[in-house]
Design a protein around this ligand. Structure first.
Ligand code: FMN
Length: 305
């Protein structure tokens, strides 16, 4: 403990009392006049990542911002992840100055925008982004559909816990991801195998800021660190496999191929395999059947795109 100091936890602690790595996202929304508005945001993270019937991001924002007011009204936004470039970051800081109207801030905006083909009600997307998440606010959580635009001087209580207007000046949005768009170079890498050279130039917002500056770090080529797989022993796979479903059995050879699955995921993985085996009319999972099951899982993943 002697080598740590204690800091006070105050409003905006992630900026005032910490160094907190965050993304740089331009949130595009549609203004009342139908123009696309760009606001800069870093408090934007994956929220529902599995186990729900949709995937979601969370966005934390000032509730008097154009972005918040537009999401309350239209429910739609796009999260544009911009690459590391000093010019882009300077522009993001300009677009992040509170109080400018959409017309004022977008007049001289350096970013080219493209129409979304998801519908005329969607905001445009930023061309230079390496990836874009097109989203719809889930206003059904916590009955947040009751929250309306207006109240630019601050919202009155009561407040919601995690979706909609959450404090006098704050809002949180659970954003259902409708689509992930990515530049071809990077989506190819994800599908065909990522190498260090195929990473987009992702900048890091350092969190900490003072009254004069935001701080960013430049992109540096990433390096890989191999996952230290603990190979389980085949006996524990055989033991677990026997207990999934009496109608589907695994051969010992097939179990031998599954020893790299971490123990905590083993039951779920075997259950999924049995489910696919049954749908394919397979009652004995041997090495050939494993191949079929794996192909099927890959196919399912692709179809979810
Ligand atoms: C890099 C950067 C990150 C920011 N992140 C956030 C954020 O996560 N939440 C927030 O409320 N404001 C954030 N801001 C400030 C907003 O950009 C600012 O409130 C701006 O007025 C929003 O634009 P809008 O009114 O067009 O939505 C950030 C600003 C910058 C420059």
């Amino acid at each position: 403990m002697d080598n740590f100091e204690t800091l006070r936890i105050v409003d905006n602690f992630y900026q005032t009392s910490a160094f907190f790595p965050m993304p740089t996202v331009l949130v595009s929304t549609v203004s009342p006049s139908g123009m696309t508005n760009l606001g800069s945001y870093s408090l934007c993270f994956p929220y529902y990542i599995a186990g729900k019937d949709y995937y979601a991001m969370i966005l934390e924002c000032r509730n008097s911002s154009n972005t918040c007011q537009n999401i309350l009204r239209t429910k739609k936004c796009a999260l544009n992840f911009i690459p590391d470039d000093k010019r882009y970051f300077r522009e993001a800081v300009r677009l992040g100055f509170p109080g400018d109207t959409t017309e004022e801030k977008m007049k001289d905006c350096i970013f080219d925008l493209s129409e979304s083909d998801l519908g005329a009600d969607r905001p445009k997307i930023v061309d230079v982004s390496f990836q874009v998440f097109e989203c719809t606010w889930n206003d059904s959580l916590e009955n947040a559909f009751e929250d309306k635009p207006g109240n630019l001087e601050g919202y009155p209580a009561p407040f919601r816990n995690f979706n909609g207007i959450t404090s006098t000046f704050g809002a949180h949005f659970v954003l259902k991801i409708d689509r992930i768009l990515m530049k071809k170079k990077y989506s190819d890498a994800i599908i065909n195998g990522v190498r260090a050279a195929a990473f987009p130039k992702v900048p890091v917002d350092y969190g900490y800021r003072d009254s004069t500056n935001f701080w960013m770090s430049r992109f540096r080529r990433p390096f890989p660190e191999q996952i230290q797989a603990k190979e389980g022993d085949v006996k524990s796979v055989i033991y677990a496999a026997k207990r999934i479903d009496p109608e589907v059995t695994f051969t010992d050879e097939a179990c031998g191929k599954l020893t790299k699955i971490p123990r905590v995921f083993l039951k779920a993985a075997l259950t999924k395999m049995v489910e696919i085996a049954k749908s394919e009319g397979i009652s004995v999972i041997d090495e050939a059947a494993l191949q079929i099951i794996n192909d099927k899982r890959r196919e399912e993943k692709k179809n979810r795109k």
